[in-house]
Every structure is written in C-alpha cells, then in structure tokens.
Design a protein around this ligand. Structure first.
Ligand code: NAP
Length: 389
C-alpha cells in the first residue's frame, strides 16, 4: 500500500521562498504533495507551478488575476480563487498538513492566522506577521496545537540550538546579520546610495522588500521582535552581531558559559527543508559545508549611527504595545515608496521616524486592532510621503 504523503500549501509560491520550497517539494516528492498555492500577480509562473504540481486550489491577489489564470489554464480540475479571502482559504483548508507562510508584509497575517487557527504545522517565513501579532499567533497556536516552525535562517538556527535545552539555562540569544551591502560603506556615504545599490545584497538572493530591509538593517530589527515572540524571550536577552560571511546563523549563550551555534551554507533551502521535515532531517542536495575553504569568520557590533532603523526597531522592541505594528506599517509604506523610486535611501530612516512620532502608543487588545493600527499608520505615512514631494 502506498504511504500517505504529507500535504503542503504554499502562500507566496511565486516568490523567492515559495520557489525554493517547491524545489524541495519536487525533490522530496515521495514525502510531500502540494495541494494549495497562493500568489500575488505572477499569473504566468503560477500557471507553470500549477501544471507541474497539480494543486487542488490556487489563489491570486485580485479577481482580474484570477480571471486571467482561468482563461489561460489548460490543465485538469483546480479551484481558482482570489483576494485576502482566497489566501485564507488556501491556508486553512482541511486537506493541508503543512502551510508555508511566505507572502511579504502584513498581507501574510490573515492567511498565517488562518493556518494557525486550523492547527497546521506552519513553516513561517513571513516575519511581519510575528512582528505585528506575535502574542495573538502564539495564543492561537496554544489553543489549536499548531506548531510554528521558523524559516528565517537566524530563527531556524536558534530553534535548532534550543532543542533539548531548558529556557532558564539560556542567558542570551544572538542573531547574526550579514551587514547587507553597506556594512563597509563609510557613514557619510550611505545616504547617497541608490535603489540599485540597496538591491545588490552580498550574500542572499531575496524578494525586493526584504533586500531593502537588509540594507537598512531594519530586517534585523524585525527579526529581533520576531524572536521575542517565537522563543518567548525578554528583549534584554536578545542581541545581534554582524557576521559578513553568513555561515553562523545564530548563537545561543548558556548560563554556564557554553555558546551553541548553528552553521550552514548561505542558502534558504537549508532552513526551509528543516521546517518541512522537522523533527526529521533529510539529505541535502547542497554540498557539505567546508569551513576550511571559507576562511576567517568575523563578528562585529552594529554601528547604530550607520543603521538608525535598527536602533529604532530595538527601542520599539523594548517599548512594545502598538509600536511594532506602527513600525512595520511605516516601514512597509516607506520602503514601498523607495522601491517605486520616490524616496532617497538616505531619507528612509527619517520618514519612518516621523510616522512613529505621529503614532500614539497604546495596548493592542486583538487582531482587529492590529489591522486598525496598520491602516492608521499607512494613512499617516501617505501624508508624510506626500508632503515631501
Ligand atoms: N527570501 C528570503 O531569503 C527570505 C529569508 C527570510 C525571510 N523571508 C521572508 O519571507 C517572506 C517572503 O519573502 P520573499 O523574499 O520570498 O519575497 P518575494 O520574493 O517578494 O515573494 C513574495 C511572495 O508573496 C506574494 N504576494 C505578495 N503580496 C501578496 C498578496 N497580497 N496576496 C498574495 N500573495 C502575495 C508574491 O506574489 P507575486 O510575485 O505573484 O506578486 C510572492 O509570491 C517575507 O516576509 C520575507 O521577510 C525571506
């Protein structure tokens, strides 16, 4: 009798994480079957993925995208849906065992929450949902028995180091950062950098939003907030070190002086595969890590004068309440304007700071309030961005 393959739904299947996940699913075809795909507007790639993986349901961002998909689709039966409700349906469907959450930004929150509420194993790449709603996602997961397994390489590293450890024995968790394209750029020159410069990441090939966040180091700030919720850690026990080689993904310092580290090649297929197969491990298609060929591994402190958005995110982590939601919304809006060509790199931090200065910090009581604060901050950002042009 054929053994039952685990079923996977991928949110953001046409993106960088989504495509890598499908490569793994294709290689581990005897273990996994892809049953759902949610994408934004890349109809052509979703058609190709649907032909290859034969999911039962696909979703696109808009009704127009869905209509185009239906018109061009020549394969067998597939349910085609769209919009936020479509992605939520893909995520929460009873046929999925595993949901890979890899839509960018707060748009990933609704579907991630649906997967958590439905008690799925959630492979979480969409850090923004943990940043803005970590407390609610954790509470729902405890209720539904969902498992949230991190995909972010740093958090996957921490997750692996913490296996079998008692949290009271952990004195500090240190996430590493490559430092992005401007780590070695003198302070006085960073402001003049362009969109092309910011998108030229030295180590990772990722979607544009996360690549810009890596250039400002906001990405590392968001990851600190993500780690605070994922591992239930007091902000004082969280730290960051710049490690330009991106081989050590995180370090866990124990109270007896031991430091545990997770090392792997700079390839997201390693943490994605681990999240899928956890608690098992499968053979990797990548060559083994050969430290003798990598050379010296460096570690540096973050220069917060060069990366003011990292410093801002640290403050937000410490102050909590509604600030992470406002920070995330302001950052998404300002980075969106930068990607559209309307803002200089040197102006990013000031604009996000102005949005936060206009925000009145308050407790967040439920998910509806998360979306309200997100919307309110985007309105503020729109006004601030308009004022400058
Ligand atoms: N890439 C990495 O190495 C990496 C590492 C760690 C964490 N992450 C996190 O993983 C997430 C995805 O990153 P990425 O680099 O894969 O981004 P990406 O390449 O830009 O892909 C984003 C995906 O989300 C889809 N999407 C965007 N808005 C959508 C919406 N409203 N509804 C449905 N689908 C939507 C896009 O669809 P279309 O392209 O079809 O429009 C695409 O499939 C982010 O939260 C990022 O921070 C990424």
């Amino acid at each position: 009798m054929e053994h039952r393959r685990e079923t996977i739904a991928i949110l953001g299947s046409t993106g960088s994480i989504g495509r890598s996940t499908l490569e793994i699913a294709a290689r581990l075809n005897d273990k996994y079957r892809v049953t759902g795909l949610a994408a934004g507007s890349n109809v052509t790639l979703l058609l190709k993925q649907t032909a290859e993986f034969k999911p039962e349901i696909v979703s696109l961002r808009t009704e127009r995208d869905a209509a185009e998909f239906r018109r061009r689709y020549k394969g067998g039966r597939v349910r085609v849906t769209f919009g936020p409700e479509g992605a939520v349906e893909v995520a929460g469907r009873s046929g999925n065992d595993i949901v890979v959450s890899a839509i960018t930004g707060i748009d990933g929150l609704g579907p991630t929450l649906a997967a958590v509420k439905a008690g799925k194993k959630v492979a979480l790449a969409n850090k923004e949902s943990m940043v803005v709603a970590g407390a609610f996602l954790k509470r729902e997961a405890a209720r539904s028995k969902a498992r949230i397994i991190p995909v972010d390489s740093e958090h996957s590293g921490v997750f692996q180091c913490l296996a079998g450890q008692k949290m009271e024995s952990v004195s500090r968790v240190i996430l590493t950062a490559s430092g992005g394209p401007f780590f070695r750029t003198p302070l006085g020159e960073i402001g003049r950098k362009t969109l092309d410069d910011a998108l030229r990441h030295p180590r990772w090939r990722m979607g544009k939003k996360v690549t810009v966040d890596s250039a400002t180091l906001m990405n590392k700030g968001l990851e600190l907030i993500e780690a605070r919720w994922l591992f239930d850690l007091d902000p004082a026990r969280l730290d960051v070190l710049i490690h330009p080689q991106s081989i050590v993904h995180s370090l866990v310092e124990m109270r007896d002086g031991s430091v545990l580290a997770q090392l792997s090649r700079t390839d997201m297929k390693v943490p994605i595969q681990y999240a899928l197969t956890y608690p098992e491990r499968e053979v990797s298609p990548l060559p083994a890590l050969d430290l003798s060929r990598i050379g010296p591994l460096e570690f540096h402190r973050v220069d917060e004068r060069k990366f003011p958005l990292f410093a801002l995110a640290r403050t937000v982590l410490e102050e909590g309440e509604s600030l992470p939601v406002a920070l995330n919304a302001a950052n998404e809006a300002v980075v969106g304007a930068f990607l559209a060509g309307g803002v200089r790199f040197g102006a990013l931090a000031g604009l996000v700071e102005r949005c936060l200065a206009a925000h009145v910090k308050r407790p967040v009581r439920n998910i509806t309030e998360v979306f309200d604060i997100d919307r309110e901050t985007r309105e503020t950002a729109k006004i601030i961005l308009k004022q400058r042009t």
